[in-house]
Design a protein around this ligand. Structure first.
Ligand SMILES: *Cc1c(COP(=O)(O)O)cnc(C)c1O
Length: 386
């Protein structure tokens, strides 16, 4: 496999090597904690699975290749990967965080790390000029999520990268929603890409995982040491599932995007729908940024339903193809009520400022037949009456 091969080819082949002993095409699950040594300290490159495991290596190699990067490190959850990055900071550091960051990330910053003398400032990153004004000499990290959850705003990665390039701040981009299929933050100037692999990378709602991806060797060495020293590693079985999932990332994302496109068109025709949110939908400048840095918009859509919460609840309970559940990015369609579910931990005042009202519904459009997805939405709307 060479570097200039297409994304679908990279997804299928990266990290794959026939196994040496038997020639097995698919790398086995090395379900082992430890490895035999010939004499103390002399071994085949592996001594303990927290440090290194062959199944994990195959998966990390594949994920790095998918992001067009040199290195990837995997963790037991997305938030565990977030922690790995926070642990690179010294007390006294200032971190700029986009105000509509994933609820769990915001909670981790506010509730667990503020007390270690790290200051997290939550700001609206829809204007790069505004972000420039918030930067300080001790700003060590700028934390971007784009598109955001659940309002699907986009942040100009290259614009912010120009700001971080001059100081000593690392630019982190949470690429969970777009995936490398539709967005490559490192090529826009980001230093680190973060994933909750629980979502589209895993893609089947059957595991929890996280990863950080980068091309800088020093950063990789520090984070590799952190992974080993702090120990939040995924199991070999999870790595096997993720390696398997990566092979279909391209086809899954194409179908998620096609189906979501049809759902947006359908929602736009429904009188019950007030406002629809998808990447680039808010205004012209958002649309331009989206066009510049994304090649597709994945399966995430939010919308506001007209009427009170009782009506919203009825709609949610009427859906049959869509399952009412937290999380996103799986092959099956899910629906979520952000204010009461995924974003319940966001401080109420901030929730209001971000426009996460009780009218808002978030869809994670799956890869089912689009006729069934649309028919399900239609029957749920029809049951509301007028
Ligand atoms: C889910 C999610 C996370 C957290 O990941 P977990 O795997 O749940 O720990 C972080 N960022 C985004 C954008 C997410 O959707």
């Amino acid at each position: 496999m060479t570097k200039d091969m297409g994304f679908a080819t990279v997804c299928v082949h990266a990290g794959m090597q026939a196994e040496e002993v038997t020639g097995a095409v698919i790398p086995p699950i090395f379900q082992t904690s430890t490895y035999m040594q010939q004499e103390p300290g002399v071994h085949a490159g592996y001594d303990y699975s927290r440090a290194d495991n062959p199944t994990r290596e195959h998966y990390e190699t594949a994920l790095a290749a998918a992001e067009g990067a040199e290195y990837a490190l995997s963790f037991a959850s997305g938030l565990c990967a977030v922690q790995a990055l926070v642990h690179q900071l010294e007390p006294g550091s200032h971190v700029l965080v986009c105000d509509d960051v994933y609820g769990g990330t915001g909670r981790l910053f506010r509730e667990l790390y503020q007390k270690y003398g790290i200051e997290f400032q939550f700001v609206d990153m829809s204007s790069v000029e505004q972000v420039a004004k918030w930067m300080r000499p001790n700003t060590r990290m700028v934390w971007v999520e784009t598109p955001t959850n659940p309002t699907l705003k986009v942040v100009d990665i290259a614009g912010i990268a120009e700001l971080t390039a001059v100081g000593s701040a690392l630019l982190v981009v949470d690429n969970t929603f777009a995936t490398p299929c539709f967005q490559r933050p490192l090529s826009c100037g980001a230093d680190i890409v973060l994933h909750s692999t629980t979502k589209y990378i895993g893609g089947h709602s059957d595991l929890i995982g996280g990863a950080v991806v980068m091309s800088d060797a020093n950063l990789f060495e520090r984070l590799k040491f952190y992974q080993f020293a702090a120990g939040g590693v995924p199991s070999p079985f999870e790595c096997f599932l993720l390696l398997r999932s990566l092979k279909t990332l391209d086809v899954r994302m194409q179908r998620h995007a096609e189906n979501a496109e049809q759902v947006v068109q359908f929602l736009a025709r429904r009188p019950e729908v007030d406002q629809i949110f998808f990447p680039g939908s808010v205004n012209e400048s958002q649309h331009e940024v989206m066009k510049r840095q994304m090649s597709g918009t994945s399966g995430m859509i939010s919308f506001n339903l007209k009427g009170d919460y009782a009506k919203v609840k009825k709609f949610l309970q009427s859906l049959e193809v869509f399952t009412l559940a937290e999380s996103l990015g799986g092959v099956e369609s899910l629906v979520n009520h952000p204010a009461k579910m995924t974003h319940a931990s966001v401080p109420p005042a901030l929730r209001e400022k971000l426009g996460i009202t009780s009218q808002m519904v978030r869809l994670s459009v799956g890869i089912e037949s689009s006729v069934d997805i649309l028919a399900d939405l239609e029957q749920a709307f029809d049951r509301l009456g007028t």
